[in-house]
Design a protein around this ligand. Structure first.
Ligand SMILES: [Fe+2]
Length: 339
């Protein structure tokens, strides 16, 4: 078993919303919702807007997705959490399998969020979309020469020219899960072996983009919003994005999403909060992190619309399948020695 300490976010769960969660719940007059969130960027803005619009008080804790999930499981019926928000379909499926959610019936959510981003049994709904795609340094490689598929990155010609993220990360695991769904385990294993042979393996997507910008790698694989953030800081950054697999199944898309916990004190209110995040709150939720809205009726924010566009083909694989194939993806990466 390899050590995870090098890569993990700090194990401590940050308490951001005022004091520690109050045991009693309930504000002076309004209602209170307790939220565990593994998704961080800009989420406070969305929460504040929700409080202003509804008068409901939100108390929330952010932290590592898997650790918050384990905490929820350990607390069980004693938990304060009404809602669990997390990135990556793998975490949402794992939470479902651990019985941490309760299914909800919401015509509003069913209408706002396409079925491919939701649990078929309605335990959770995707709220934001993140595309994991190919990045390149235009000073080092012409766009026409940039590989156009994930599969090509396994070819020997790319040896020593690619940077990728490590196998402990859910984003990379879900990408491998999508390879398994497309090609089966044997071919997926061959591709991941090629990646392992060709790539410098780094600890996070920020490093992948920095390494491409610095010319350490010509090509990288990262979630699109990390490039959005980097370009916001430095519009002249030498990194461009290429949507992967546009001539076949489309670019791999993952989600962040949420569900109502099994032990929610006020499941109706928790459901209303999810409905708000999927509709009136979509823009404020996704824009701060340069993600694409899961609700197709909501436009993407200007930076990614202008820089990356919104007209690209995405893999239609159901998010739940990514979670279901996660154990096989982790095993394959381990078997081939992908770092
Ligand atoms: Fe991320």
């Amino acid at each position: 078993m390899r050590s995870t300490t090098r890569y993990r976010a700090a194990a401590t769960v940050a308490v951001l919303a005022g004091a520690a969660l109050a045991g009693c719940g309930g504000g002076d007059d309004g209602e209170t919702l307790q939220v565990y969130s593994g998704r961080h960027y800009g989420i406070e803005t969305a929460f504040e807007q929700y409080e202003e619009e509804t008068g409901v008080k939100l108390e929330f804790q952010t932290g590592n997705d898997g650790e918050l999930r384990e905490r929820l499981a350990a607390e069980g019926e004693d938990t304060e959490a009404d809602v669990y928000i997390t990135v990556d379909a793998g975490n949402l499926v794992a939470a479902t399998e651990q019985g941490l959610f309760q299914p909800i019936e919401s015509p509003t959510l069913d209408e706002a969020i396409p079925a491919e981003f939701s649990d078929p049994d309605h335990n959770w709904y995707g709220l934001t979309l993140r595309a994991r795609t190919i990045m390149y340094n235009p000073e080092l490689i012409d766009e026409a020469e940039v590989p156009s598929t994930y599969e090509e990155l396994a070819d020997p010609e790319w040896a020593g020219r690619v940077c990728m993220r490590d196998s402990l990360n859910g984003y990379q695991q879900s990408l491998v899960a999508s390879l398994i769904a497309e090609h089966g385990e044997e071919e997926a294993t061959r591709i991941v072996q090629g990646w392992a042979d060709n790539s410098e393996i780094l600890a996070n997507d920020v490093l992948v983009i920095e390494s491409v910008a610095d010319g350490i790698c010509e090509i990288g694989l990262a979630n699109h919003y990390y490039l959005g953030r980097a370009l916001e800081e430095n519009p002249d950054l030498d990194v461009k994005l290429k949507w992967a697999n546009q001539d076949d199944r489309g670019v791999h898309v993952n989600i962040s999403g949420a569900g109502v916990t099994k032990w929610a004190d006020n499941p109706e209110l928790a459901q209303q909060f999810l409905e708000w995040l999927a509709t009136d709150g979509q823009s404020v939720l996704v824009d701060a992190n340069h993600e694409y809205p899961a609700n197709p009726a909501v436009p993407a924010e200007p930076l990614i619309t202008e820089q990356f566009g919104t007209d690209f083909l995405r893999d239609q694989l159901n998010a739940a399948s990514l979670g279901a194939l996660n154990p096989a993806a982790v095993r394959i990466m381990d078997e081939v020695g992908y770092g």
